[in-house]
Structures are given as C-alpha cells and as structure tokens.
Design a binder for this molecule. Structure first.
Ligand code: BAL
Ligand code: ZN
Length: 875
C-alpha cells in the first residue's frame, strides 16, 4: 500500500463550486446522479488536461461533460479512481455521472450503508468516494443541493444537509425531498439519512434573536430517551455564544441516532449522525457517566460547526486543527457544566493511561502526522487528546482573554476556508503580538517529554533553587528531539499547608506559570523563611511525565493540603503508585506484604472529610488503574501489578471497613432521576465505598451488593452493584447476570454494558466466559458497539486475562481481527492496537504477541487499515 506524505501536498488541480446530487434510494441498489460544476483551480501549477476523481466500489451507469456522453476510451476506471483524459481547460464545465451502489453490502460502514432498517452515511474521512466519483479531499469546498427519492413507507423521513427546499409524491408509493446547504463544504461533511424515524423537536433562540429548529431523529422505541441530548444541545449552543461568541448559522440543526456506527458521532453540516450511545439516555438505562459523555459529545459535534465546518482542514494531516481544538472546547464545556476539577482529572487520567502509551510505542506520531497509509488510523488519542493538551497550553500561555483574541482572529481570517495548524498558531501570534516559534515543535515532535525536577534550599539566603530539565525519548523516525516550550504551573506550600508567597525576580505571585524553553533551567525563589513544599505542574499544565523525587510523607502532606485540586488528587495517586511498586518489589523478593500505615491514615482522613464536591472526593479514593501502573514499569509485570493493587484495596477495605460502610450509608438513598452535582456525587462516593467493601468477599458484602442490585432504580447504581457481584465470588453471580439480561434484552446499549462488564472481569474463567459470549445470540460482529463491548473490553480493559501467559488472549484477538478485517477494516485495525505494545512485556509474551502480529500481517487480502497498524507495530 501507498504512503501519503504531508510534504507532497499540492493544491487541487480542479475545483467543484456546486454539486447537485440526486439519489434513488434502495437498500441494495441505489442510483446516484451527480452534476459537478467544475473549473480549473487558478492556484494549481499543474497544467495536465486530464482529471482524476476518486471513487471506490461504484458501478458506472453513464458519464458526460456538458451533457455530451463520454465514450469508453475517454476515461479509465481503476479500483480507486477514474481518470478522464481530457476536460475543458479554458472554461467551467459540468461533469455528470450516474452510478449504482449497494448500501446493504457495505459492512465497512463508510459511505452509504444500512443501519438496522435505515439508510445513512459516514463520509469522514474518505467515505464520499464510495458514494460517487469526486475530488474527495477537504480543500475542495462546494455548495450542495441534494434530492432524495425513496419508497414512502420504508423511508418516510428523508434528510440531508442544510435547509429543506421542497418535497412531493411520486408514482409507485415513492416520494422526494430536496435540501440545500448554503455553506460551501468539503464532501466529508455531506450526509443523508432515510428511514422510519420519529422526530423529537424543540427550538433555540440565538443571542442575536434568530430562531433555530432543533430536531433529534430516533427509532420509535427510543423517543423517551432524547430529553437529555436535546437539553445538552441547547446548553452547548448557549455556551459557545457565551464563551467564544459563536452563533449557529443555519435555521435547522438535526441529530440522527443510529445503531451501527464506527465512531462516536459525526459533525456533518446541519445533520449530525450519532452513535445511539451518545444520544439515548433515561435514568434507568444510562449511567451518570453516560449522561456526562452524551453532553460532552453533543457539545463536541456542535462546536465543530465553527471549529471544523466553517473553518475546515486543508488536508488530513491537519486533523488536529479541528479535533484537538474541538476536544479542548468540549472539555471546557463539560468542566463548566459539571465539576471542573473532576473533568480535568478524568481527562488527564485517560491521557496518561492511553495516549502516553501510544506516544511511547511503535505507533507514536506527532499531533500533526507527516505520513499515513490509511487516514482512518490517525483518528488517534494523540491527534485528539494530546492535540487538546497543546491547545490548552496555548490557553495557559496566552491567558483566557489572549486565547479568545486569537480564536476570534482565526475565525475572522479563515471563515469559509480550508486551512492548516500553522494558520491557527499564526492567528494566536498576530492577535497577541508574540511569537510561538518554539511552541510549534509540539505539532511536529512525537513522544511524551520527561520533566525532571531537582531542588536545593539555602536556609541562609532563604532561597529555593528549582532546576527543571526536559528530555524526550526517541520515537519512530525521530531519534533526536529539540527542547519544547513547556508551561509549568507552580505553587508553594508553607509547613502548615497554607500557600507560601512566590517571589521570583523581585515580583510576588500566589501561583506562577514558568516558561521552560531550554533543556535545563533554574528558577530561584526568594524570601522563604523555611523550605516550602513545591506543588508543580498544577492542573497538569503540560502533557509530560514528571520525574520529581518525593517522600511518602511529602505526598501525604500534599494530599492533605494542596489547594490545586488536580495536584491534590495527583499526590494521592503518586502515594499509591509508590506503595504499590514497593509491594511489587516485595512480591518479587517473596517477602510478606504489609500496607504502609501512612496510606491507611490518609484514606481514613479522606473518608472523614465533608467536602462539597463529592465526585471529587470519590476520585480521591480511587487507586491508579492497572494500565497506568503498567505504563510506569519498564517491563510490565501483569500479575504483580494486579496482585499488589488488589492487596492495597483489600487491606484498606479490611482496615477501614467501618469508615467505608459509614460513608456508604450516609450517601445511599434513592435519588433516581436526579442529576444534580450532589446526587451524582453521592452515587459516585457511595459506589466507590461499595467497590472497597466488595473486596471483603463476606456474607455482609455479598448482601450489600445484592440489595443494591435488586433495589436500584437507576443504571449507575445497578451497574455498580452488578460490577461488584461480577468481580467477586458472589454466590448469586449467574442469577444476577441472567436477570439483568432478561430485564434489558431489548435495550442494546444496556446489553453492551452487560458484555463489557463480563469481558473486563478480573475473576478466574473470564476467558472462557468471553469465548462463550462470542456465541451468544446477542453478539454480532456487524455491530461496532457490540464488538467494542466484548472484544474491545477484553483486549483493552482486562490486562490480567488478555495477557494470560499461555497466549490464549493474543490468539483470540488475532482471530477476531482477521474476521473483522473483511467486514469492517476500521474496527479491525482499532482492535489490533491491543498487540502493538508487545515490546513492553517479558520475552515470552513478546514472542507470543509478535507471532500473532506476524500472522495478521501475512494474511491476504489484508485491508490497508490493518496492514498499517500490524506492520508498524512490528517495525
Ligand atoms: N470528526 C469525526 C468525529 C468527531 O471527532 O467529531
Ligand atoms: Zn471531532
């Protein structure tokens, strides 16, 4: 397969100003008629008279230029493109193409496909070429008029981008609807939907007084699960006006929820298509986390209307321009709507466990990659989450007002254009009168930098000398790294835990952001009567690995006193990390295990606290994930990590049984249907206690979990209880799983949870359960949510069993990847990443993982998607 390089970018040779599309929709035989109003691009240096359009899996019916049919020798068609040897050069022309497609055969879910009984599209990144021949690249922007015709009974609702301009009936029970989108857009933002859908309608009045119709389309049985999504949309619209001064532009905003979807959702202009997972919620079917994610994703897709649609990407290497920025915007939104402290911790936790692993492995790439084989493989944690961190650092460096000025200028300069990451930074620079040359390296360098800190206190001079060193490990094709511009937020704490004044270069601060730009820099803080405790990298001000030696006592002190909510939590995490690694060493030396009393005391104090952010308190009680711990070990010891962590959890449960039980009782009440911060916080805190108490495996703890399971009237509590039951030797486990299944068998999203919970269980026999579940009538390889729930959860959220020493987990995963490879390459390649980290494991596991990667890589035919991930993982 061919590699595409950023350095080879050239402007398109032709432009398509207007597009008229006509669809005769049919499940297996859809006729597409396209009229493309084209002309040469004056910006293109190329002078060839030919025209090449991308197109895949299309059957040509007819082709003409300016209504003159082309002869067979006038063009050639390959599996990926059509080249017309000669097109008019001096004038604009109309290229008309008719072709047929088969949506039902489209199991890859790119282009036009069938989801349950509805027809829908997914065109990002390169799905439009599976609809008709086109210049399928984001820098070709066109105005679209679309007419849909279909059987009126089977497809009563016919939707596309923009505003509805007409509709009518046809013979043979068919009907038509036409749509017009006044905004020029790349074809990746095109969408159509046809089906038997109910519409949940509402409206929103913009700041400038325009009324926008809001419509959510779902299947009939889901009408009662749309209220939260609708409210989220209105919240997002108001927030973007208040925070970024950005208003919605069309008169209509539509969201359609579909069962079969490769991603979370898609920001098609005026017609978002969503995975049902990010729309549907009712208190008894969705957890608090689901509610939060729905609001976040609805916000994300809405925010794309400006950061992505009005200003789009020039080419796919610039993906982070819209994704990193939009993730940052949705993070801000959720932080404002819920608890900013909790949101930041959740985001950093995900970044450090998952993106840091990607950035340290064979698939590491800069947030603006320089080469790809299959662009779908670059919708990564790096492009999205690290991309958002890079935007966040700009926000930190420029301040709220400076960042906003930069955004205003970016949108004003580039409205209606397809631009680059460079244009974004240029706007930030111009609006703030600064230069960000060194900062630009964050866009081109891969890898997680390491920030090493040392300190020296001079009692006599009353000075603290803080030395910061940065380095960054080599990544594929980048052996050497240049120093980055790293914003390091810092506070100082006095011995009594109160803030100590920061005096740097004669100026006094409460908190300061240091600019680390060199490989090593020393900062001198004056007028300190006593050595302060340094709270560094507050709010996780840069995506780096912090290497700062701390004693357990210092960490316990910060856990008690740090006023920075992120660093307070982080101190607790690092305390646990240190203790767990000491225990792992004890395991290796076959010494008996003891839990340091400092940890027990710290947890005892946390359980006695009466804070107002209960969700935050629940997070303070959480132990670092096994995957985060794995990321901290040079060679991952899967079993030792699991046993040491379980030992800490179980010992805490034994020693603090009464505390956990008391806090559980205080917060256990029925508030089903209540989504106030308090009610959510109470559920989180209570369920954190339940999870500890469950470690006791006693008659009492079994009864507690069972009672909660039976009495729960909201999914958060029901799932927390079932999770406790599944992850223990509960005598009623099988019966509870069975009754949960029977209760929810008609709610696909709840059944996904049922699969995922069993697949991620750390109890023995999990692998046998997973194999059995593969044969369950409700399992379906054609449904990405189901594949992610079973195969994804097992291979990505169950390190203990996936990495079983005998290699059965690896073989299983490779079997499934190969089965998915022909059905749905995008989902298949996502699953391969479970094997990509083979270098991090012991020699025997390395061999077993490599064997399976080789087996995958040598299979033919292999999709580009899977080939790229498998071959790069082995390189
Ligand atoms: N653009 C693909 C889905 C998303 O990031 O919103
Ligand atoms: Zn996005």
């Amino acid at each position: 397969p061919q590699t595409i390089y950023l350095k080879d970018y050239t402007p398109p040779e032709y432009l398509i100003d207007n597009v008229e599309l006509h669809f005769d929709l049919d499940e297996q035989n859809t006729l597409v008629k396209a009229r493309l109003y084209m002309r040469r691009n004056p910006q293109s240096a190329d002078r060839a008279a030919s025209l090449t359009l991308t197109g895949e899996e299309l059957e040509l019916v007819s082709i003409s230029i300016d209504d003159k049919q082309l002869a067979a020798e006038d063009f050639v068609i390959t599996s990926e493109a059509m080249t017309i040897h000669q097109v008019p050069q001096e004038k604009a022309f109309v290229l008309s193409i008719e072709n047929r497609i088969n949506p039902k055969a489209n199991t890859a879910l790119e282009g036009l496909y069938l989801s349950s009984s509805m027809l829908c599209t997914q065109c990002e990144a390169q799905g439009f070429r599976k609809i008709t021949w086109f210049l399928d690249r984001p820098d070709v922007m066109s105005r679209f008029k679309t007419t849909l015709t279909a059987d009126k009974s089977q497809y009563p609702v016919l939707l596309s981008n923009g505003n509805k301009t007409g509709h009518g009936d046809l013979d043979h029970n068919r009907h038509w609807v036409s749509w017009e989108d006044p905004f020029a857009k790349p074809c990746y933002l095109f969408a159509l939907v046809a089906g038997q859908l109910e519409c949940v309608a509402d409206s929103f009045t913009t700041k400038s007084g325009r009324d926008i119709a809001l419509e959510i389309f779902v299947e009939q049985h889901n009408v009662d699960k749309c209220a939260h999504a609708m409210q989220s949309l209105k919240n997002a619209m108001r927030w973007d006006e208040d925070t970024y001064g950005l208003e919605y532009d069309l008169d209509l905003y539509m969201i359609v929820a579909v069962d079969h979807f490769n991603m979370g959702a898609m920001e098609n202009k005026g017609l978002n298509v969503f995975n049902t997972k990010f729309v549907l919620a009712r208190p008894d079917t969705a957890t608090d986390a689901d509610y939060e994610h729905i609001e976040g994703v609805i916000g994300h897709e809405y925010f794309h209307n400006w950061s992505g649609n009005r200003v789009t990407c020039r080419d796919w290497f610039q993906l982070s321009l819209k994704e990193g920025f939009t993730v940052f915007r949705d993070q801000q939104f959720t932080g404002d709507r819920t608890s900013a402290a909790v949101k930041r911790i959740e985001d950093v936790n995900a970044l450090r466990t998952r993106q840091f692993a990607e950035d340290a492995g064979p698939l590491a790439h800069p947030i603006r990659p320089e080469a790809y084989i299959e662009i779908n493989n670059f919708y990564t944690l790096t492009v999205y989450e690290k991309g958002a961190e890079v935007v966040r650092m700009l926000h930190t460096l420029l301040g709220e007002a400076g960042f906003r000025k930069g955004c205003d200028l970016y949108f004003a300069r580039h409205d209606g254009q397809a631009v680059t990451c460079e244009d974004f930074i240029n706007a930030m620079e111009a609006a703030n009168g600064i230069e960000l040359n060194q900062f630009r390296r964050w866009y081109s360098q891969a890898g997680t930098p390491v920030l090493t800190v040392s300190q020296q206190f001079d009692t006599e001079a009353q000075q603290l000398r803080l030395t910061l060193q940065q380095s960054c490990p080599p990544t594929p094709n980048q052996p050497q790294k240049a120093p980055l511009h790293i914003p390091v937020k810092l506070g100082l704490l006095a011995a009594d835990g109160s803030p100590a004044a920061i005096i740097l270069d004669g100026r006094q601060h409460q908190e300061i952001t240091l600019n680390l730009t060199q490989t090593e820099q020393t900062f001198v803080f004056d007028k300190l009567a006593q050595q302060p405790v340094v709270s560094l990298l507050r709010g996780f001000s840069a995506p780096v690995n912090l290497n700062m030696p701390r004693s357990l006592e210092e960490l316990a002190f910060l856990l008690q006193h740090d006023s920075d909510t992120f660093n307070r939590w982080e101190a607790g995490q690092q305390l646990a990390v240190k203790v767990i690694f000491d225990l792992i060493e004890d395991l290796h030396q076959q010494r008996p295990l003891h839990l340091n009393a400092l940890v027990v005391n710290a947890f005892h104090s946390l359980l006695a606290e009466e804070g107002d952010d209960l969700s935050y308190q629940a997070l303070l009680l959480s132990l670092p994930d096994e995957s985060y711990l794995a990321g901290q070990m040079p060679i991952v010891d899967v079993e030792a990590i699991h046993h040491a962590r379980e030992f800490v959890k179980t010992t805490l449960a034994h020693d603090l049984r009464d505390d956990f039980a008391r806090v559980y009782r205080i917060h256990h009440r029925d508030e089903s249907g209540k989504f106030s911060a308090d009610a959510i916080g109470r559920r989180r805190l209570k369920n954190a206690c339940l999870s500890y108490l469950n470690q006791l495996e006693s008659g009492e703890s079994f009864a507690l979990a069972k009672a909660q399971f039976e009495q729960a009237r909201n999914m958060t509590d029901q799932m927390a209880a079932l999770s406790a039951i599944v992850n223990s030797h509960h005598p009623d486990k099988a019966a509870c799983l069975e009754s949960f299944y029977r209760q929810w068998q008609n709610e696909a999203l709840v059944i996904d949870k049922w699969f995922a919970l069993q697949a991620s269980s750390h109890m023995p026999n999990t692998f046998a359960t997973v194999q059995k579940l593969m044969q369950h009538p409700a399992f379906d390889m054609h449904t990405p949510n189901r594949v992610r729930a079973l195969i994804g959860a097992f291979s990505q959220a169950n390190p203990l069993h996936f990495h079983a020493k005998n290699g059965e987990g690896y073989r299983f995963l490779a079997d499934q990847v190969l089965a998915l490879n022909t059905l749905n390459p995008q989902i298949a390649s996502r699953m391969v990443t479970g094997l990509a980290q083979w270098r991090r494991y012991d020699g025997k596991r390395q061999e077993l993982m490599k064997q399976q990667l080789h087996r995958i890589a040598s299979t033919e035919p292999l999709s580009k998607d899977v080939y790229e991930i498998a071959s790069k993982s082995l390189a």
